[in-house]
Write a protein that binds this ligand. Structure first.
Ligand code: IPD
Ligand code: CA
Ligand code: CA
Length: 266
């Protein structure tokens, strides 16, 4: 395995993201081929697929021995996180891409032996790139993001989909209703990657959800970690980057209280 210069890797991937991001931005209002995956709530377009293929082609030619886990399935089938693994969501927030033409992101997490090394979340329409390199802090368009400072639930805005506050099969809705009552306010952006980026930026203080795939979170976990935030499953346990997880990513000072007082998994 040839040795990797993490900073050149970052520069190279940033260029790839900005190049394809510009194309997506410029073609966002053109007609797209929209297909359903599992059901009518689960959309995919040719842009999701072409963007994933674009990254896989770039990665495989620059780093032939690296593995890629991509949402649309054009990458590798992974059974472990050994070696270098790129975890890619070509468009996170496809429903927003289709309906709103904004609030969607490209998300790329680069892992080495299971450890997050570089995370990128690119808000395509805003042309804003959030990124972090392990141990070097998190950035928004090259401006270093400040470390989180202590907060309370009363002072917090929580990213949460209203779905978790109505009867559902994954979490007791009453606890979630009490949590919604307790915090200052709630927001739902429709892109898990952007919600992670906003937690890192400190414009929301936490993001809670009951089911996400590795590509929704791979970059976000790295970026939130670099500002002193914490990401676990909703029972406080570690995440498994090869499976779906429940997710609480937040300012460290509200993490324990949310889990112990408000979350009861069904
Ligand atoms: C979805 C978005 C959404 C989250 C869903 C994800 P996609 O990703 O992140 O906010 O609630 O669970 O599947 O399908 O647009 O890549
Ligand atoms: Ca996604
Ligand atoms: Ca996606």
């Amino acid at each position: 395995m040839k040795s990797i210069n993490i900073h050149s890797m970052y520069e190279q991937v940033k260029d790839w993201i900005l190049e394809v991001g510009k194309e997506i931005r410029e073609s966002v209002h053109k007609p797209h081929t929209i297909n359903l995956k599992k059901d009518y709530k689960d959309l995919v377009t040719e842009v999701d697929e072409e963007t994933e293929k674009y990254f896989i082609q770039k990665i495989k030619s620059a780093y032939p021995d690296h593995k890629v886990l991509g949402e649309e399935g054009f990458g590798d089938t992974l059974t472990s996180l050994d070696g270098w693994v790129w975890i890619i969501d070509p468009i996170d927030g496809t429903m927003n891409f289709v309906h709103q033409k904004r609030n969607f992101a490209i998300s790329i997490g680069i892992y080495k032996d299971g450890v997050g090394m570089i995370g990128f979340i690119y808000n395509v329409m805003e042309d804003v790139l959030y990124y972090a390199i392990k141990g070097e802090g998190a950035f928004k368009n090259d401006e270093k993001l400040p470390m989180h400072t202590e907060t309370t639930l009363e002072d917090s805005i929580l990213g949460i989909n209203s779905f978790w506050g109505i009867p559902n099969r994954r979490v007791e809705e009453e606890g979630i209703q009490n949590l919604i009552r307790r915090v200052r306010g709630t927001r739902s952006y429709g892109s898990a990657a952007l919600e992670f980026a906003f937690v890192a930026e400190g414009i929301i203080d936490g993001y809670f959800t009951m089911r996400l795939s590795p590509w929704d979170i791979a970059a976000g976990v790295i970026i939130v970690n670099e500002v002193g935030g914490v990401t676990t499953n909703v029972e406080g346990g570690p995440l498994n980057m090869l499976e779906t997880n429940t997710i609480l990513t937040c300012n460290r000072s509200i993490h324990n209280e949310i889990i112990t007082k408000y979350v009861q998994v069904k």
